[in-house]
Ligand binder design. Structure first.
Ligand code: RIB
Length: 307
């Protein structure tokens, strides 16, 4: 049986407005739909991995409010162990304000709330109970970076592999690169990590950046390129892997679903190339519908896309 996937990360309530396009600064655009749903990069990864059949636990913090209870409950419903998701008294849950355009593109403002108060000491206190039996630890950057570093150290001590999604984009301390087995930036995050102006890159450029991030200490780097697929740079493998062609209606959380698929596949013993292909299929299914956790695919849907 595949080992436990431990997600250490954020939980946000997503407040989503859909409109023909995303407003520019100073502009008001009339939307056509609104919904709220549990999200957050960490929780999305945990939810999607559980839905794909992984044995998943999550560590994180929510506020002492209805949003916190709802977010925790949503993870519980897919079988995720939420004993490490604790409410902080007198604190608000994390919030994400998301605009989705008809093109499927999005823009997001996050207000961290309880996610910003998840400390390295909290991780240390949970290390014995929660990291001990983890095979893979999934991290992102919606908690303080010191907390992410503490989680990566705890994972290493426990002998677990570390997959870091460096999102939202920011520069990182050198130590973190050395603690990471698989680093999975999208193109914007890859350019920021490489010290370049944020922007789009073509696959050869993405591969060059991936190699430079390997030189900084990450064992393997996967640059996620959306509809262009991904590039994988690992020992003995430098490959561009295409993505399935689908009609995208909402790309929010596609990267989270990719990482969930990657973890489930690696946990089941697939190699990195096979795991990237599985992850790309999972992300492709998720962009064909609106939302984040509500868009996470089932295993059957991902397998069906394999043809
Ligand atoms: O990656 C998508 C997620 O980013 C959303 O669910 C939102 O909460 C933000 O964290």
């Amino acid at each position: 049986m595949a080992g436990k996937i431990l997600v250490v990360g954020s939980l946000n309530m997503d407040l989503v407005g859909c409109a023909s396009r995303i407003p520019v600064a100073g502009e008001t655009v009339t939307g056509r739909a609104f919904f709220d749903e549990p999200g957050g990069k960490g929780a999305n990864q945990a939810y999607a991995a559980a839905r794909l059949g992984g044995k998943v636990a999550m560590l994180g913090r929510v506020g002492s409010d209805d949003y916190g209870r709802r977010m925790r409950g949503n993870l519980e419903r897919v079988g995720c162990d939420v004993s490490g998701v604790m409410p902080i008294p007198n604190c608000a849950s994390g919030i994400a304000l998301i605009f989705v355009a008809d093109s499927g593109q999005n823009s997001i403002i996050i207000v961290p709330g309880a996610n910003g108060r998840f400390s390295p000491e909290d991780v240390e206190a949970a290390a014995q109970e929660h990291f001990r039996d983890a095979a893979l630890v999934l991290l992102q950057l919606e908690n303080p970076v010191a907390t992410v570093v503490a989680a990566a150290r705890a994972a290493r001590r426990a002998g677990a592999s570390v997959i870091l999604d460096p999102a939202p984009a920011q520069t990182l301390p050198d130590e973190l690169f050395h603690l990471v087995d698989v680093l999975t930036p999208n193109e914007t995050e890859a350019t920021v990590l490489a010290g370049l102006p944020p922007g789009r890159v073509d696959p050869p450029h993405a591969m060059a950046i991936a190699h430079s991030l390997q030189e900084r200490g990450a064992r393997a780097v996967i640059v996620k390129l959306g509809e262009q697929g991904c590039v994988l740079a690992a020992e003995g493998a430098a490959r561009r892997l295409p993505a399935p062609r689908v009609e995208a209606v909402d790309t929010t959380a596609a990267g989270d679903v990719f990482n969930a698929g990657l973890a489930v596949a690696l946990g089941e013993g697939m190699d990195l190339v096979q795991a990237c292909q599985f992850a790309s299929r999972a992300a492709a299914v998720s962009v064909t519908r609106m939302g984040t956790q509500i868009a996470a695919p089932t295993r059957d849907e991902v397998d069906a896309l394999a043809g």
